[in-house]
Write a protein that binds this ligand. Structure first.
Ligand SMILES: Cc1ncc(COP(=O)(O)O)c(C=O)c1O
Length: 326
């Protein structure tokens, strides 16, 4: 018989899928690392399980304890699956700009969800970062995950996502393009790929309202770069420890409108029903088109599934209300 012992064992080994119509103007082969095949429908399952295993090993959480995390939804989902299988309770704090689907999904897998205001600074006591920290401090036997600064996050991608991409492309990958939030994906995959071949170029996709691109180019943390934006999953108003700026060759910024429009184009033109950061990454890759030559193999990573965005980017009324379609 061929079976897995629990749902966590199905994480990883996701397919690489060629993108066809949307990249007609690009001479290179463009392959998508299609992370929605993970059981929580996102790449975050990988790091959630790794961070929990690391905390168990270090004795930071004991059997029956509570996992607390501030999350845009996907990390919470991965942690929730791990919590169910391993017998922990799970509390998630979220910013109120996150889609309703993400909140409902977390509740469906047994999380206690606390929705916090988006438009407050990270250090404000009501922010989703501060609320998670406070809850973890108040509740006995609880562990604050902190995916931003917990380096088991990027380590998960160094150990699994990076080697998978290298092996699936037979070592021919020349560029890796990916949206950046905590930085775990780009830093773990980027480090692994550059260790195999220092010539592989690592490109981050950022959003307007986030500090990453300017910080990478100038070394300045410019607060004027920070303002609310609609794109979900990427960009930050902090510098997470998981972003290893040294292995990143450059960033490109994508507007909220382009990210939303390209999320829909991936579904309509490639049959790829994906989340909002996939649209941002796709448009970011097209913005970088002059970087790619004929024999290049460009890998783009798609983080999560479209079902989490049916009330937003896949909803005509929402798109019109935001001025993203006529
Ligand atoms: C939908 C989505 N896209 C992109 C990202 C960014 O990935 P990372 O945190 O590994 O940089 C996240 C993570 O929060 C996400 O949930």
């Amino acid at each position: 018989m061929d079976y897995k012992n629990n749902i966590l064992e199905t994480i990883g080994n996701t397919p690489l899928v060629k993108i066809n119509k949307l990249v007609e103007d690009i001479p290179a082969l463009v392959l998508a690392k299609y992370e929605t095949f993970n059981p929580g429908n996102s790449v975050k399952d990988r790091m959630a399980v790794k961070m929990l295993a690391d905390a168990e090993e270090k004795g930071l959480i004991k059997p029956g304890g509570t996992i607390v995390e501030g999350t845009s939804g996907n990390t919470g989902m991965g942690l929730a699956l791990a919590a169910i299988v391993k017998g922990y309770k799970m509390v998630c704090t979220l910013a109120d700009k996150q889609s309703k689907e993400k909140i409902d999904i977390l509740r469906a897998v047994g999380c206690e969800v606390i929705v916090c205001p988006t438009s407050v600074a990270p250090e404000h006591p009501d922010s989703y970062y501060s609320t998670a920290k406070r809850i973890a401090a108040e509740r006995p036997n609880s562990w604050y995950v902190n995916q931003y600064d917990n380096l088991a996050n990027s380590q998960a991608h160094y150990e699994s996502t990076g080697p998978e991409i290298w092996n699936q492309t037979d070592g021919k990958v020349t560029h890796f393009v990916v949206g950046v939030g905590t930085g775990g994906t780009i830093s773990g995959v980027g480090k692994y790929l550059k260790e195999q071949n220092p010539n592989v170029k690592i490109w981050g996709v950022d959003t307007y309202g986030s500090v990453f691109k300017k910080y990478h180019e100038t070394g300045e943390f410019d607060e004027n770069e920070i303002y609310p934006y609609i794109t979900e999953g990427i960009g930050e108003d902090i510098l997470p420890k998981n972003v290893n700026f040294d292995i990143i060759d450059g960033f490109t910024k994508v507007t909220d409108k382009d990210a939303a429009v390209y999320t829909r184009r991936l579904a309509e033109e490639e049959g790829m029903f994906l989340g909002n950061s996939a649209g941002a990454a796709m448009k970011g890759l097209l913005q970088l088109k002059d970087e790619f030559k004929e024999d290049d193999v460009v890998v783009i990573l798609f983080h999560d599934h479209g079902s989490r965005y049916i009330g937003k980017m896949y909803n005509d009324e929402w798109m019109k209300a935001n001025g993203f379609i006529d």
